[in-house]
Design a protein around this ligand. Structure first.
Ligand code: SF4
Length: 405
């Protein structure tokens, strides 16, 4: 529940013209000021002793935790989610990827080394496997994992709440809570379930946590994908679990291609939809460009930038990329929101003063903005506007075929 200031105000003495109207006992000058502060969670409801029970109970309900946040290592925190759908606000802590290893196995060191050395970069962020799900009772192996900065979950860890279905999970969790256990992780057994059954169960757990605030379900949830022999099926199931609603996924395999795909999906799901990933707006240089090098232009949406930058880096000649400020919007979105227009582009080129540093006078704009050619030519009389490709991967051929380098 989340009430606006006006909705709260309607319950208070001032709105109902009752005794104690604007009495200031809460420390606020008026009931309205109190309502606005309360809506922003800057004051507690208890500060007004004249708030009716109906409002107080709504706030008590709202203050119950929806999902506990649990720190598994310095770099790995799970849970803490507050919404069912990413677009409502944002998802908070990315699904953690754990690989199952047997600490007593002869090839433990070899397998762990591979995992330790694996990392992948996507849109300016570096990703590594988050932790190891350790089978067997090997304290030295557990210490080695921790020393390397990875989270470790012992397969028999007391904080794992096991269960075949939601009722069993709820009973077992309630028992652990009664015993004073905290920082629990729900660990439903999905071994014999179809993907649809597993997703249905995870969705039900999330609903009970977020919408019902049913305490035994308010903990991060872990899924173990036991059979990883078919990498495509594993990828499909893990992808569904990232979206709905696994806090941790344990894989009984380590496959670099699989994780490359899953990290990419995870990054997309766990970025804040209200804050698009963006790069600094400036001129980027690739492969030591000189005064005759090709010039391109795009917006500061990170995905667009890295797609173009990847192509420019791979080219056997130097280039400049002018990145305009567009609040992290992709080219068409920026154009439709008036964040990429002739005025902004002209201002940007003036600011970086590229024309005084190089001889090149042609600038390649994204193919999606072909309709802006004339408008840009008017605003940038010094420059010839060349409409480039729609996709970044066609840039090399385009530049070669048009003798632009
Ligand atoms: Fe209004 Fe309650 Fe604050 Fe008095 S204590 S000013 S009634 S909100």
């Amino acid at each position: 529940m989340s009430l606006t200031g006006m909705q709260i105000f309607k319950y208070l003495p001032a709105a109902k013209k009752l005794e104690h109207t604007n009495c200031k006992e809460c420390g606020c000058p008026t009931c309205m000021a109190f309502a606005l502060k309360l809506a922003k969670q800057q004051i507690q409801i208890e500060k007004c002793q004249y708030a009716p029970e109906e409002l107080v109970s709504q706030f008590k309900e709202a203050s119950k935790i929806q999902q506990h946040e649990i720190k598994l290592s310095e770099n790995c925190t799970v849970g803490g989610e507050t919404v069912m759908f990413r677009h409502e606000k944002t998802f908070v802590n990315p699904t953690a990827f754990f690989v199952a290893l047997d600490g007593d196995s002869a090839d433990f060191d070899e397998k762990f080394e591979k995992i330790k050395n694996y990392s992948i970069e996507r849109v300016g962020e570096a990703f590594k496997i988050d932790g190891i799900y350790l089978k067997g009772k090997n304290a030295a192996a557990a210490q080695k994992i921790k020393d390397a900065g990875f989270a470790v979950i012992d397969s028999d860890a007391h904080f794992l709440v096991k269960g075949e279905n939601i009722d069993e999970l709820a009973d077992n969790c309630t028992q652990k809570l009664k015993n004073g256990d905290k920082n629990l992780v729900l660990n439903p057994n999905i071994r014999n379930m179809t993907a649809a059954q597993a997703i249905e169960m995870f969705t039900q757990i999330r609903r009970l946590a977020i919408l019902e605030r049913f305490e035994p379900m308010t903990f991060p949830v872990m899924a173990e994908i036991e059979n990883c022999t078919d990498i495509y099926k594993t990828c499909a199931l893990a992808s569904m679990l990232i979206c709905r609603y696994a806090s941790i996924i344990v894989f009984n395999c380590f496959n670099e291609a699989l994780f490359a795909a899953l990290f990419t999906l995870r990054q997309n799901i766990y970025t804040n939809p209200q804050k698009p990933l963006q790069v600094e707006s400036k001129v980027y240089e690739f492969n030591d460009p000189d005064e005759n090098s090709v010039v391109l232009m795009t917006t500061n949406f990170a995905l667009t930038y890295f797609a173009v930058a990847g192509e420019l880096e791979a080219m056997p000649f130097g280039s400049y990329l002018v990145v305009t400020p567009s609040d992290g919007m992709s080219v068409l979105t920026a154009w439709s929101a008036d964040k990429f227009n002739a005025e902004i582009v002209a201002k940007m080129l003036k600011k970086v003063d590229l024309a005084s540093k190089i001889k090149t006078r042609k600038i390649i704009i994204p193919g999606l903005l072909a309709h802006m050619k004339e408008e840009l030519e008017e605003a940038l009389p010094e420059w010839e506007i060349v409409v480039g490709t729609i996709e970044a991967f066609g840039l090399y051929d385009f530049i070669k075929n048009n003798s632009l380098n």
